[in-house]
Design a binder for this molecule. Sequence first.
Ligand SMILES: Cc1cc2nc3c(=O)[nH]c(=O)nc-3n(C[C@H](O)[C@H](O)[C@H](O)COP(=O)(O)O)c2cc1C
Length: 153
Amino acid sequence: MVAHIKILVGTMTGTAELVADEILDALQAGEMDAEILLMDDLEPEIFETAAAYIICTSTYGQGDVPDNCQAFMDSLEEQTPDLGGIQYGIFALGDLTYDQTFCNGGVLFDRTLAKLGATRIGDILKHDASSGELPEDQAGAWAEEWLANLVNA
Ligand SMILES: Cc1cc2nc3c(=O)[nH]c(=O)nc-3n(C[C@H](O)[C@H](O)[C@H](O)COP(=O)(O)O)c2cc1C
C-alpha cells in the first residue's frame, strides 16, 4: 500500500499549480497522504522519499519543460538514478495550437521516468488550453481514476 504521494509541479505562469491543488484535494479525499512540490530546486534523490509521484507540468519553447524544472530534468538524465519500484502519473498542460509539440513537457517526463525504470499508472492526461475548458476542472476526476488504478496496481 502506498503511504505517501508527491505531486511535482512544472509551471511558468502558475496554471499547473492550480491543477496540483485539485489533485491534492482528490488524493486527500481518497485518504492518501500527499504534498505538492515545485520542481525548482529538486534533485533526483526526491524519488527516494515516496513510492508514488504525479508530475504536473506545462510545455514551453520548442516543446520543452518549463524553466523551473529544466535543471531537475537535466540531473535525472545525467545521474540516471534507478527508479525501479517507483509508480507515477502525468498530468500534462499544453495547447493544441502548438500541434507539433502538444503537451511535450509531460511526454518528456514520461519518457525519462520510464527509461529510468519507473512504472506509469493510468493514461497521461493532455490538457488543451485552446479547448476553453479549464485544466483544474479536469484534475479531480483524473486524479480519482489515477488513484483507483494505483490502489489496484
Ligand atoms: C510562449 C509559450 C509557448 C508555449 N509552447 C507550448 C508548446 O510547445 N506545446 C504546448 O503544448 N503548449 C505550449 N504552450 C502552452 C502552455 O503549456 C499552456 O498554456 C499551459 O496551460 C501553461 O501552464 P502554466 O501556467 O502552468 O505554465 C506555450 C505557451 C506559451 C505562452
